[in-house]
Ligand binder design. Structure first.
Ligand code: CO
Length: 470
């Protein structure tokens, strides 16, 4: 038998971003991260995903932290390891479309503050919504990785994925990620998919999945054997459930195979020791709920991401209509079909989910329609892979004429006005971007920051007086 050529598998570690976003509502603080950074830097990860996604919003809103400050501190600590962020295309880290000048400036500042790899995706897989960010990353000498939101449905054939991969490479992406946010990619399909993508593009392929449906580590095994270059994993205390497969386990699984990662289990064990008490604490306080830890087979039945399931439960709870849960779950795929069968990922997952709840609770489909549902049907999020249901479109937007161009083409440059609007709070250039994405949350944060600074000033003046008695 011919010996298989050695091809070490690369590992992207997610404990500082997706893992805590998935398991403890994105509540890990910078202070909790910093003591372990030096050790993580010595492992030899391909990259550490540590910024973007929901972390930006959560830092400001719940932790009262400046996300830019976090990035600079992580950059200072990670001297040898590439830092990766998750970026929602024209939505940046928010939930709406922004003008190109905001997208470009955000990319520029992310890289200037320490990001190496920007993983860029669009919730409809409309590649037009990625172009500005990809170009900007290339201009700043960053690594633009384009992520395809993986989903199932009639339109999502191997031919579809192959065509997308080719176009992504042509767009100038340096690598391609299959972003399986719901854990829908089963092992045998991973073999087919990776083989197909490898046929149509020559950039490295990264697979990102979640353990939600219980198949993730098998899927990684098959994908790697089919040629996948990079997998995303999380240190064991923050792995499994709605997070990623455990780093140590995947490293061991590929040991002494042609895909041996070469990562040192002793170092990984020390890192796991650091995070384990944090897990115990989160379990005790209820921040980590056992619901996110098990296997959720409904995610395979209804093709709904884990995070979306818990959102639906809480929406129904608020309305006192928890008994409608099954009905809503059955309504989700129907709404998705009416809306052109998009992947379910932020923000399309929230839009489809909320509309499904309204359709069931109001007793008549599309009797109540959210602003966001109308926006999707107006083409304002971009193009879906399939056409909208014309009857539903008519009922929701009437005779309004949907747009067909790239949505951001209709948005005028925004930066100048934003800068004027928030000038009184500006302490660093990056504050303009923070405000551009989350005006209300940012304002609250800026006020809090100022109050803290005044407090510190006062106490410093105090110690100065004590240290130098006149
Ligand atoms: Co993820």
């Amino acid at each position: 038998m011919a010996e298989i050529e050695k091809k070490p598998l690369k590992i992207t570690e997610t404990v500082l971003r997706d893992a805590h976003q998935s398991l403890i509502a994105t509540r890990m603080t910078t202070e909790q991260m910093l003591p372990i950074v030096d050790k993580m830097d010595q492992v030899g990860f391909h990259a550490v995903e540590c910024w973007g996604g929901a972390t930006f919003d959560a830092s400001l809103r719940f932790l009262k932290e400046d996300p830019w400050e976090r990035l600079r501190k992580l950059r200072a600590g990670f001297k040898n390891t590439k830092l990766q962020m998750l970026f929602r295309g024209q939505n940046i880290l928010g939930y709406n479309h922004y003008a190109d000048d905001v997208v470009e400036y955000f990319v520029q500042k992310s890289i200037a503050n320490g990001i190496d790899i920007i993983r860029i995706f669009d919730c409809l897989n409309d590649l037009r919504n990625l172009e500005t960010a990809v170009k900007a990353a290339n201009k700043e000498n960053g690594h633009a990785q384009v992520a395809l939101a993986y989903t199932l449905g009639d339109a999502y054939t191997l031919e579809y994925w192959k065509d997308m991969a080719k176009r992504i490479e042509e767009m100038g992406a340096k690598s391609l990620c299959i972003k399986d946010m719901a854990g829908l990619l089963v092992p045998a399909k991973a073999t087919e998919l990776v083989q197909a993508l490898k046929e149509s593009c020559s950039i490295p392929i990264d697979l990102h999945t979640h353990y939600t449906s219980g198949v993730a580590s098998m899927t990684y095994m098959k994908a790697v054997e089919a040629g996948c270059d990079i997998i995303d994993t999380a240190m064991s205390p923050f792995s499994m459930g709605t997070s990623q497969p455990a780093t140590e386990v995947m490293v061991e699984a590929f040991k002494d195979t042609p895909y041996d990662t070469g990562l040192d289990q002793t170092k990984l064990a020390e890192i796991a020791d650091y995070f384990r008490p944090m897990r115990e604490e989160a379990l005790k306080s209820g921040l980590m709920n056992t619901k996110v830890l098990g296997v959720n087979i409904q995610t395979l039945r209804y093709q709904v991401p884990g995070g979306m399931l818990s959102n639906l439960v809480s929406q129904l709870k608020e309305m006192g209509q928890e008994d409608k849960y099954e009905q809503v779950l059955e309504e989700v795929p129907k709404v998705r079909k009416d809306f052109g069968e998009p992947p379910l990922v932020t923000p399309s997952s929230q839009i489809v989910g909320t509309q499904a709840v309204l359709n069931v609770v109001s007793g008549e489909r599309y009797k109540m329609v959210t602003k966001e549902s109308k926006k999707i049907l107006m083409g304002e999020f971009g193009q879906t892979v399939k056409p909208f249901n014309p009857e539903v479109q008519k009922k929701c937007i009437g005779d309004a004429k949907p747009i067909t161009c790239r949505p951001a083409d209709l948005i005028k440059p925004q930066l100048e006005d934003i800068e004027k609007e928030m000038a009184q709070y500006k302490q660093q250039d990056e504050d303009v971007l923070t405000y551009a994405l989350f005006p209300q949350v940012a304002t609250e944060f800026f006020k809090y920051r100022e109050a803290q600074q005044n407090k510190v000033d006062a106490s410093e003046a105090d110690t100065e007086n004590k240290a130098y008695p006149v």
